[in-house]
Design a protein around this ligand. Structure first.
Ligand code: HEC
Length: 132
């Protein structure tokens, strides 16, 4: 009986602890970024995709030393905000039909997009894996 109650206690504590551990949107967004975006993006440098440092408030297609924007994104007149980044990640093809992001950058789940946007705002330097 004693063992059973210890196990039960451990289980209940674990369940009670989990929502706490995952409460932080930005850290969940970080996990998603590492799974889905880090191959092409960093905050500090251009990779296959443009750098994402200073994203909010800048024009879409606006990183001057990045040479691979699609015409659709460059000509879009979008300024990046929570709303426009959300729309971009929901369906990049609506904005830039030729974009590589259509295949690899789409995030269909709205709460996941919210978490990713929270993470993008942190500009966390620990994920900057830049070519030397
Ligand atoms: C296969 C490589 C690739 C992946 C994976 C990828 N992207 Fe991109 N990303 C690009 C490219 C290329 C562009 C430029 C798109 C264009 O010009 O149409 C871009 C553009 C962007 C832009 C607009 C930047 C600007 O300067 O206007 C944002 C924001 C962005 N990506 C976020 C993300 C996020 C967040 C993820 C992960 C969910 C992601 N991307 C995954 C390649 C990628």
């Amino acid at each position: 009986m004693r063992i059973l109650s210890v196990v039960t206690f451990a289980f209940v504590s674990l369940v009670a602890y989990l929502p706490e551990a995952y409460a932080d949107d930005a850290s969940e967004g970080r996990d998603l970024f590492i799974r889905q975006c880090i191959g092409c993006h960093a905050f500090a440098c251009n990779k296959q995709g443009p750098r994402l440092g200073g994203l909010f408030g800048r024009n879409a297609g606006g990183v001057e030393d990045y040479g691979f924007y699609s015409e659709g994104l460059k000509n879009s007149d979008i300024v990046w905000s929570e709303e426009t980044v959300d729309a971009w990640l929901e369906d990049p093809g609506k904005i830039a039909p030729q974009s590589v992001m259509i295949i690899y950058g789409k995030v269909e789940d709205p709460p996941l997009r919210r978490k990713l946007i929270a993470f993008l705002k942190t500009e966390d330097p620990t994920i900057n894996i830049c070519p030397q």
